[in-house]
Unconditional design. Structure first.
Length: 284
């Protein structure tokens, strides 16, 4: 297998499955594409405030169905899109014990969530190393007002600029990818510094394992009165270091399935809860 073929397989089967979090420095070839349907569930009852102090809240559950896609306009230029077309957020009722007094009746919200549309341009590819820049625009399609803070969007139009680097370890079926970026948020939200890295290895012909880190650090230059929803759904001044693993099974040349589990540390304005994801993908 040539280095280019391995890079292509790595980018399509491994790196791109991270969706809008970390798409990798490699671009699609002209006319090539990738599409993933993903389901994710986050459920927790522990919230950490701006100072990192933990508190118990009614159990919050966030279910999301999304589409992530890429299409190569040119060998160096790829269009990237992410659409969470169904989101359901529930907040459990609170009943006193042993009195059975109803303190909170519970609530739920269902709808489309904020989407992302962007491009990735490959600056160079040499000796197994690729370097790219990316620009992503946040589209405020979700609902940013709800009496109990169950939001499906933040109501702001943000722009994310990233620099991405990837390295293939060919002839080993492995790669390393990393990125750093800035998220310019509007509507009183603090701007953010973003960083991420992932390491992937393919075993045999069909199985791939990935370990992944992703961090968000707020610049704290927004309006402190802007909150952004219950449980840190679209929080202002949010910070965290997420870590996780993803397992991929690609028994067919045109696609396969993925499963991921993600946790987080260093939480600020964020829900403490694992994220479970299951997806199916195709490529051409």
């Amino acid at each position: 297998m040539s280095p280019l073929a391995l890079l292509s397989r790595t980018a399509l089967i491994v790196g791109l499955l991270a969706g809008p979090v970390l798409a990798g420095a490699w671009t699609q070839h002209r006319g090539g594409g990738y599409l993933k349907l993903n389901s994710q569930m986050v459920r927790g009852d522990r919230f950490y405030d701006r100072q990192g102090a933990g508190m118990t809240i009614p159990t919050l559950t966030d279910y999301t169905l999304s589409l992530y896609g890429e299409y190569g306009l040119r060998d160096q230029l790829t269009v990237v899109g992410y659409l969470p077309f169904f989101k359901r957020i529930t907040l459990n009722k609170q009943v006193g014990q042993p009195s059975r007094f109803l303190y909170f009746k519970g609530d739920a919200q269902t709808g489309i969530a904020d989407a992302d549309l962007g491009v990735r341009y490959r600056l160079l590819e040499r000796g197994g190393t690729a370097l790219s820049v990316g620009l992503s625009l946040g589209l405020p399609l979700g609902r940013d007002q709800q009496e109990n803070g169950l939001l499906t969007g933040d109501g702001e139009f943000n722009q994310v600029l990233t620099l991405q680097v990837g390295r293939s370890f060919y002839p080993l079926p492995a790669y390393l990818s990393a990125e750093v970026g800035v998220n310019n948020r509007t509507g009183g939200f603090s701007d953010e510094v973003l960083y991420a890295a992932e390491l992937g290895h393919t075993f045999g012909a069909a199985f791939t394992a990935i370990v992944r880190l992703r961090g968000v650090e707020p610049l704290k230059n927004g309006d402190g009165a802007v909150m952004g929803g219950m449980g840190g759904l679209y929080a202002n001044d949010q910070g965290f270091l997420a870590y996780g693993t993803e397992l991929l099974w690609a028994p067919w040349p045109s696609g396969g399935i993925s499963f991921s589990l993600t946790g987080a540390a260093r939480l600020r304005n964020s829900l403490s809860a694992p994220a479970l994801s299951l997806g199916v993908f195709t490529r051409w």
